[in-house]
Design a protein around this ligand. Structure first.
Ligand SMILES: N[C@@H](CCC(=O)N[C@@H](CS)C(=O)NCC(=O)O)C(=O)O
Length: 244
């Protein structure tokens, strides 16, 4: 049913911080959160050992809010050092565990940051559709179609296997992917007229589909990505309008 991955997550009934070896790097998060998966991709790529403490995002434990009042995920703790914000955490991990996932050339590294912004920005559309109950399904699907059209123009301009011309994903690819992968389960969940799997993306938006297929073949992506069932079971549980 896809929700097993959340079985040991901490919710408002959790009585206190779990006892784990806090001499290890610790990440608080939820696998459903694309910001968290950014960090998990960097950890997996670099084979960094860490504790993962699952946080129920809808019913957060009080001890988590006491520790980090903003209550967002991801959150990193390493000894007495703490950090919020996915890009800050991912960059920090990249710096302290070389070799870097960024291009070595500083100009290319800067261009990678621009690409992350440019591509992630339209990718907030499906997430907004999940959360916004004021829009009809037709309006949501229309905005998802507009998002794919925008992405297609970006990916056709890029035209390389991965974002920065490398033979393997770099930092920018791993920062964008967690948002991009969600476009398929969310579109299918809204019964989008065109999008119901990666092949349908390839048919309608070939440059975007081809990039997605390349990313899906990456072993690190395969390790971190939740299953399609996990996405849809989570959306059913938290975003399906109540019918009574
Ligand atoms: N800018 C933050 C955004 C993190 C974020 O919004 N995470 C969401 C889950 S995907 C969250 O913590 N939501 C719970 C809340 O806002 O209370 C980052 O890059 O880490």
């Amino acid at each position: 049913m896809g929700l097993e991955v959340f079985a040991d997550y901490h919710d408002k009934d959790s009585t206190g911080h779990p006892s784990v070896d806090m001499s290890n790097l610790t990440i608080y998060g939820s696998i459903i959160c694309p910001f968290v998966r950014r960090v998990l991709l960097v950890l997996a790529e670099k084979k960094i050992p860490y504790n993962f403490i699952g946080i129920d995002l809808i019913n957060k434990p009080q001890w988590y809010l006491d520790m980090y009042p903003a209550g967002k995920v991801p959150y990193l703790k390493q000894g007495d050092k703490t950090l919020p914000e996915s890009l800050v955490i991912a960059n920090y991990l990249d710096s302290i565990y070389p070799p870097t996932l960024h291009p070595v050339d500083p100009y290319e590294k800067a261009k990678g940051s621009l690409l992350i912004d440019e591509i992630t920005s339209p990718l907030f559309t499906p997430i907004r559709c999940l959360k916004d109950s004021s829009l009809s399904i037709e309006e949501k699907n229309k905005s998802i179609t507009e998002m794919f059209t925008k992405l297609e123009s970006i990916f056709s301009n890029i035209g390389t296997k991965f974002l920065q011309g490398n033979e393997k994903p770099l930092f920018s690819d791993y920062m964008v992917w967690p948002f991009l992968e969600m476009t398929i389960p969310i579109s299918s969940w809204f019964s989008h007229p065109t999008i119901n799997g990666v092949d349908s993306v390839c048919s309608a938006y070939p440059s975007t589909g081809s990039y997605m297929k390349n990313m899906m073949q990456d072993a690190i992506v395969q390790k971190v990505s939740p299953s399609y069932d996990t996405f849809t079971a989570y959306y059913d549980k938290y975003y399906r309008p109540k019918t009574d």
